[in-house]
Write a protein that binds this ligand. Structure first.
Ligand SMILES: [Zn+2]
Ligand SMILES: [Zn+2]
Length: 141
């Protein structure tokens, strides 16, 4: 009965910055996304997730700081994780509008020290998914 909490923050992410490729001595920002529908993808994200070094994290942190986080979504093995995000929040963390298209859940891990919490969940509506995708694509250039 060892109930050590699993250190997913340390195992779920790579060792390199997904934007610039710099080796990470300290992981500062990691994002995973969970689309409600399998057909959705976010081009800016590698394998559904990213890890950013302090330099590359600056812009996303400034953006996410303006989003409204919400409770952790329920996990139901019979449905995509993104569907849990819709159960917890039916309005967008970015623009605050109702989500009428399938949502994308965004899960954030962050080492303490900045404006963001160490762990947070967000939900993006269809319009804001496009905006976020564009934003991420620009960072990678
Ligand atoms: Zn970087
Ligand atoms: Zn929105």
């Amino acid at each position: 009965m060892s109930s050590e909490p699993r250190a997913e923050t340390d195992t779920a992410v790579g060792e390199q910055c997904t934007a610039c490729g710099a080796a990470l001595s300290e992981q500062v920002l990691a994002l995973q996304t969970y689309p409600e529908s399998d057909e959705q993808t976010l081009d800016g994200l590698t394998n559904g997730g990213l890890t950013h070094c302090p330099e590359c994290a600056a812009e996303p942190v400034a953006l996410l700081d303006t989003w409204a986080d919400h409770d952790q979504p329920p996990v139901n093995p019979d449905q995509p994780l993104g569907a849990g995000y819709r159960e917890v929040s039916d309005c967008c963390s970015f623009c605050g509008n109702d989500c009428d298209r399938p949502v994308v859940g965004v899960e954030l891990y962050r080492r303490p020290g900045g404006g963001l919490p160490a762990y947070a969940n967000y939900t993006l509506c269809g319009d804001c998914q496009d905006v976020f995708e564009e934003f991420l694509a620009n960072i990678r250039e």
